[in-house]
Design a protein around this ligand. Sequence first.
Ligand SMILES: NC(=O)c1ccc[n+]([C@@H]2O[C@H](COP(=O)([O-])OP(=O)(O)OC[C@H]3O[C@@H](n4cnc5c(N)ncnc54)[C@H](OP(=O)(O)O)[C@@H]3O)[C@@H](O)[C@H]2O)c1
Length: 282
Amino acid sequence: MHMGKAPTVSGNGAEMPAVGYGTMLYPEPDRAVELIVRALKVGYRHIDTARKYGSEHWVGEAIRESGVPRDDLWVSTKVTEQNAKADDFARSVDTSLKTLGLDYVDQLLIHWPQPTVPLEETLGALAKAKSEGLTRHVGVSNFTVALLDEAVAKCSEPIITNQIEYHAYIRQDKLLAACARHGVIATCHVPLARGELLNDPVINEIAAAHDKTAAQVALRFLVQQPKVAVVPRALEFSEIDEDIDLFDFELDDEEMARIGSLRDRNLRVVNPPGRSPEWDIG
Ligand SMILES: NC(=O)c1ccc[n+]([C@@H]2O[C@H](COP(=O)([O-])OP(=O)(O)OC[C@H]3O[C@@H](n4cnc5c(N)ncnc54)[C@H](OP(=O)(O)O)[C@@H]3O)[C@@H](O)[C@H]2O)c1
């Protein structure tokens, strides 16, 4: 069993663990706490939750059960686009903290952009949560280049991450360049393209050469890039263990380029109608 912690990746003064455990969708809710506890026991220090996922109470219970000191953890939660107005936003943060059983989170994100509410208003509520000590850091999720530029310009607190869909099957060159320009960490949600990458022949060939699994190679491809973090989700102990065991091997330039060329497939797996902004192409 791997017992090491993931290294950190830095963004605008914050040090975020490069691998987090994602907690969206538990088909067997009764197992949620034991799976999150497992992640904490094998060294995950970053747990990714959201009001929308309904997993905050399991995350809180697992943290208490694991015995991992609060100061060692990086807990991330998000406010949905339905709560983009300042008062609703503040209420959502309050509910998240009560549900988690925590005094503060390490990172609070705007989950999706909300075009019907001025971004300044939501950013003001986000910054206020930080100034009130309810979160250590702030960030955004599913923001395009234009929205990220606007958020960085208008937020009174540093934006440390944009949590975005990024994996080997999607081209995100423009958005990654914007994150780099702003010193923002690109945190990859759906880093395994919801499992689509696991049967890829190139990934599997490279995995065999390193005596690693396809999931590990697909995740390694991401965390080997500058200012990139990942939040995979797995429902098997063995997969949880594998997904953080990424730091005892390295992909060479040719392997990185081969996997990089898979992005021409341009598969977007998170694209909810009515919620998605007009995505950057390229
Ligand atoms: N900000 C946002 O809008 C947003 C959107 C989507 C997701 N997220 C975050 O990203 C996290 C991950 O997303 P996701 O779960 O949708 O997609 P994902 O991590 O790309 O893929 C999960 C799939 O990969 C499988 N898997 C994971 N590790 C594996 C391994 N080592 N070997 C074989 N299969 C493996 C899982 O199997 P099993 O689960 O069946 O074991 C599951 O089917 C979410 O939990 C959430 O925290 C954020």
